[in-house]
Design a protein around this ligand. Structure first.
Ligand SMILES: [Fe+2]
Ligand SMILES: [Fe+2]
Length: 350
């Protein structure tokens, strides 16, 4: 589904090198900068600065965690979808989010970290995921608002990531964005159906917009003036637009859609500025944003408890998959047991 404020970098630890090594590193660094400036993709085996690698691992893994945790608010409604068609579509959408998590963990692994390590970071509370998934889904209209606004914001954030300087991340994002586009449209279609329905259905759609509008704006992260690490990510061409630029693009694209639905965006300051050609909008409640990031959102504890439980309950599946892979080395498993070991020693693949 989405990434947020995930553009922070670690500073590489200072080290004292001998002069020859320093000169060698400087040459590699200069070549890396040239390639990034020339819009060449950096691939897993290419030299890259440690801080670039760590920034990407953090951003991609937090993005993956967001996709996986992001299944929960909507998964909660699969059994209560109002028709078989809605159920099938929602199920497909939630499955897509699981797939996004998998592509992204795989992209992160190309940087030299294991998926197990990344999952442990999430389960132990050492890694963040997007704040938006810590809000509850109270009515069916929330499925519409999430697809329309949350996946809509995700697209705004993620389309530029298709041009990210790191090849595996950029390529994963191409497919993800195609699916996010479907998600956004199915959400908008739910909102359209409700807003053209009974007075009660229209009220449900308005209530969902009221509750999701501000959290959706917060998905773009803090103001540029507060986002101290964005500059480096822009220089590395991981990030292409600032948080405020993306937020503005989202508001400009979404407000006319709300008008088309006949719904009111819950912002008294919202108006169109003829001079700039952009909508002017109010200020999100940044103290709420900070609280949700600190783990104090309405559903933080519930989301993590559920993820830990799902991880524990899925242990037998992982163990069975490993056992199967070990018995079938051709499918990529490590041979174990005397027979498999014999094959391995003989260089034979069953
Ligand atoms: Fe999505
Ligand atoms: Fe997604």
């Amino acid at each position: 589904m989405y990434s947020q404020g995930l553009d922070q970098r670690d500073d590489a630890p200072r080290r004292v090198d001998d002069p020859a090594a320093t000169a060698h590193d400087s040459a590699l660094h200069a070549r890396f900068d040239e390639r990034v400036d020339a819009e060449e993709k950096i691939e897993p085996n290419d030299w890259m600065p440690d801080s670039y690698r760590r920034t990407l691992i953090r951003q991609i893994s937090q993005h993956a965690h967001s996709e996986v945790i992001g299944m929960q608010p909507e998964g909660n409604w699969i059994t209560r979808a109002p028709s078989l068609r809605r159920k099938a579509v929602l199920l497909a959408k939630v499955q897509d989010e699981a797939g996004h998590g998998l592509y992204l963990y795989a992209a992160a692994e190309t940087l030299g970290v294991t998926r197990e390590e990344l999952v442990d970071q999430l389960l132990e509370g050492r890694a963040k995921y997007s704040s938006i998934f810590n809000y509850p889904t109270l009515t069916w209209a929330d499925m519409g608002a999430i697809g329309w606004l949350v996946d809509g914001a995700a697209i705004m954030n993620q389309v530029p990531l298709c041009r990210c300087s790191y090849g595996p991340y950029a390529r994963a994002m191409v497919r993800i964005c195609k699916e996010e586009s479907f998600h956004q449209r199915q959400g908008f279609e739910i909102m359209l159906t409700l807003s053209r329905g009974t007075a009660e259905q229209t009220a449900m759609a308005q209530d969902a917009l009221d509750r999701w509008w501000w959290p959706a704006l917060m998905m773009f992260g803090p103001h540029d003036s507060e986002s101290t690490h964005s500059e480096q990510s822009m220089a590395w061409k991981i990030k292409r637009f600032s948080n405020d630029e993306l937020r503005q693009k989202f508001v400009d694209a979404t407000v006319p859609q709300a008008k088309f639905l006949g719904l009111r965006v819950p912002d008294d300051d919202l108006h169109y500025d003829d001079a700039t050609g952009h909508y002017v909008f109010g200020e999100p409640d940044w103290s709420e944003f900070a609280a949700v990031l600190r783990g104090e959102g309405p559903c933080n504890a519930q989301r993590m408890a559920h993820r830990r439980r799902a991880h524990d309950e899925g242990r037998w599946v992982r163990e069975a998959a490993e056992a199967h892979a070990a018995k079938h080395p051709r499918s990529g498993g490590t041979p174990v047991g005397p027979e498999a070991q014999q094959w391995a020693n003989a260089g034979v693949r069953a």
